[in-house]
Design a protein around this ligand. Structure first.
Ligand code: VTB
Length: 328
């Protein structure tokens, strides 16, 4: 993939973030998601790529836009797989909490796992901890290894876990070992990526979240040289059948980072919607809005932060939307 593509993709997540940001705290997660999807879809129409959505808003019959299998981009080479989450953290935006991002990963056709929409057990760490943790190792062992690798006391290690009843045992085990925990309400992509990001305050992400989000996190960690391991966590027979239909015959197999994103040519972009471990959220002033976007390419290993200052009056998509919100 040409490096210029990375900047084109940044515009795509910026558009989604700007659209979703109008909905912060308004209690309407569907509207927030719809706005992000519409903006992302519209911006894709100008990107020089022959893209196929492999992780998106759902199957064709459940999503009008960015559905799995949908073609995006203007249709010229390169042929790429696209994984999107226009609004990672719909509840976060609805309630005005921290941690929402608009995110996109791209890799050559056939190189991102077509993950079924179900739960996935995950562990994500940064480069120093690569090869030192294992999804199936006891929590105590993993946290001690992370502490050693990062030259910290275990009491200084920070673990991010989704605040869910299913994680009660995991949380108890982490507390027994003495590590710090940051419980999050939603949105496990941003802390998963942050685990590999210097000074983010996150050392490791653990627990069960969405499988599509897992593939997106793996793509990001490929760019950062971090590690990610995962196992699908189907809850019913129907989900097991779904795995088989999607070509995953051994449902309980462990996926390494290189199996989730097989290519070494990955682009990852994310724009902050609300403040998160990774990025600042959208800020407004004087009919302008400032966005922060993380842009990474695994081939070069470059990590860019793009701070963009947008003139909202010159962006019809957002201008009309803002006027509509004001009138209503
Ligand atoms: C995570 C998180 C998402 O779902 O995957 C989580 O990254 C897992 O699902 O933002 P549950 O909410 O059922 O626990 C989200 O929070 C929402 O899709």
């Amino acid at each position: 993939m040409e490096r210029e593509l990375a900047l084109e993709f940044a515009r795509v997540t910026e558009a989604a973030a700007l659209a979703a940001a109008c909905w912060v705290g308004k209690g309407d997660k569907e509207a927030a998601d719809g706005a992000a999807v519409t903006a992302m879809r519209a911006m894709f129409d100008s990107v020089s790529v022959d893209g196929t959505v492999v992780i998106g808003e759902g199957e064709m019959d459940e999503a009008p836009m960015l559905y799995i299998g949908e073609k995006v981009g203007i249709g010229t080479p390169p042929q790429v797989d696209i994984a999107v989450d226009p609004l990672e953290g719909t509840n976060i935006v609805a309630k005005g909490l921290t941690g929402a991002i608009a995110v996109l990963a791209a890799a050559p056709r056939g190189s991102l796992l077509h993950a079924p929409d179900m739960y996935m057990d995950k562990i994500a760490v940064g480069p120093e901890c690569k090869g030192r943790v294992h999804l199936d190792a006891p929590v105590r062992e993993n946290l001690r290894e992370v502490a050693r690798a990062l030259d910290k006391l275990v009491t200084e290690v920070t673990v991010v876990i989704l605040d869910r009843p299913r994680h009660q045992q995991l949380i108890e085990e982490v507390r027994r070992v003495g590590a710090r925990i940051k419980l999050i309400t939603d949105g496990d992509v941003s802390p998963g990526v942050a685990a590999a990001y210097e000074n983010s305050g996150v050392d490791i992400l653990m627990g069960i979240g969405g499988a599509p989000e897992g593939v997106i996190t793996a793509a990001a960690l490929k760019c950062l040289g971090g590690d990610f391991q995962a196992r699908l966590f189907p809850e019913e027979e129907e989900e097991i059948n779904r795995c088989h239909e999607m070509g995953i015959s051994q449902v309980d197999r462990l996926f390494t980072i290189d199996e989730l994103a097989t290519s070494d040519d990955v682009i990852f972009v994310a724009t902050g919607i609300t403040d998160s471990f990774l990025l600042k959220g959208v800020r407004y002033y004087k009919r302008r809005a400032v966005t922060q976007t993380l842009v990474m390419r695994s081939t070069s290993g470059t990590i860019r932060h793009i701070e963009a200052n947008h003139d909202l009056d010159r962006k019809p998509l957002f201008r009309d939307h803002r006027i509509k919100l004001l009138i209503e």
